[in-house]
Ligand binder design. Structure first.
Ligand SMILES: Cc1ncc(COP(=O)(O)O)c(C=O)c1O
Length: 347
């Protein structure tokens, strides 16, 4: 589903279709929001304290961090900054190893860039040789996601290094780490050695702040400078600024969610084994499941029972696949019960 076809507002059921944290944010966040004063709301937001808190969490100096209104805004700004062609200049290219977060395609198109898709291998292992072969003098962005969405599969950090060495001067490698907390792995410690890499993080997933819209870009200041100019001024709200500081003061809440995710994945794998569904072992808070010709019945049957799963069968390499958020254990149990019911009814 792209942003062209906005999903229905599914607030009534169990939302397991957008990799959100269905347990919600830390209570410290809602307390901080309740404490916001009228004068704070009356002013444009200050960013220094929130930037410092994020920088400390990520282990980088604050001048490496650019806060954005969700990582989505960072992605659009990055695309505009690096893919918009100069008048009379060549069309600039973005390489996207598929299957990928669909926004990479959308942003490339909006920025006027040319999309160069690299098709996946059957096991979704990172296609390093194919990505390097797709690089041209007009390549300006390579969009990588680690661990990947929608597969949940991660790529070796060595492959990121190889891509960063393989792109032309003036190009950047974007490493989307929206799900890094779940994999407990990051390219951020390597940014000093690779100034052409920009890492993207979001607080929508592990921290449960999707509704407040806050993410960030992390990179060498010179690399992020053109991107900063494309980010609208004061795009991160004062509520998000308060929320992120509160969320980062309660890492135990986030770690509790990570433990639920690990348990949920084990439950879902076992259920898939029972139901004869294949899946890819995920390092994220969701699992890509192949139900073959039962996908439609599964997604629609679950929808009718108030459980929303994400049909990914039209994504490259994902025929017959659906994606299921595996977060809060009780929610996963409910999803499994519904899947069992639907598949038994369809027999
Ligand atoms: C890979 C990836 N990047 C970025 C985002 C967007 O994050 P945000 O909510 O911070 O805009 C998502 C959300 O699903 C995602 O899956």
């Amino acid at each position: 589903m792209s942003h062209y076809q906005k999903p229905p507002e599914l607030y009534g059921g169990l939302r397991l279709h957008q990799n959100e944290n269905t347990g919600g944010c830390s209570p410290r966040v809602t307390e901080a929001l309740a404490r916001l004063r009228a004068d704070q709301v009356g002013f444009y937001p200050p960013y220094a304290a929130a930037t410092d808190a994020v920088a400390m969490y990520l282990g980088v100096p604050p001048d490496r961090v650019t806060l954005t209104n969700g990582l989505d805004e960072g992605l659009m700004a990055l695309s505009v900054a690096y893919l918009r062609a100069e008048i009379g200049g060549p069309v600039l290219e973005a390489i996207v190893p598929e299957p990928a977060f669909e926004i990479f395609r959308l942003d490339t198109e909006v920025a006027g860039g040319k999309l160069v898709q690299v098709m996946p291998k059957a096991d979704f292992a990172f296609p390093l040789d194919e990505v390097l072969a797709a690089v041209t003098p007009n390549t300006r962005v390579v969009f990588l996601t680690n661990p990947n969405n929608p597969t949940g599969v991660s790529m070796p950090l060595g492959d990121i290094r190889a891509v960063a060495r393989g792109v032309p001067a003036g190009a950047i490698v974007f490493v989307d780490e929206a799900y890094a907390e779940f994999a407990d792995e990051s390219f951020i410690p390597e940014l000093d050695a690779f100034p052409n890499v920009v890492v993207g993080r979001t607080f929508s997933k592990a921290f449960g702040l999707a509704g407040l819209r806050i993410g960030c870009l992390v990179s060498a200041p010179a690399t992020v400078d053109p991107i900063r100019r494309a980010v609208p001024v004061y795009s991160v709200s004062v509520a998000a600024v308060a929320a992120i500081q509160a969320a980062l003061s309660d890492l135990d809440h986030m770690r509790g969610y990570l433990r639920q995710v690990t348990q949920s994945k084990a439950l879902l794998y076992a259920a898939c084994d029972r139901l004869g569904l294949t899946y890819w072992k995920s390092r994220s808070n969701f699992v890509l499941v192949c139900a073959g010709d039962r996908t439609d019945a599964l997604v629609n049957g679950a929808f009718a029972r108030g459980v929303y799963l994400r049909d990914r069968s039209t994504e490259p390499g994902c025929a017959g696949c659906l994606r299921i958020t595996t977060g809060i254990v009780d929610h996963t149990r409910r999803a499994i019960a519904v899947m069992e019911e639907v598949l038994c009814a369809a027999r």
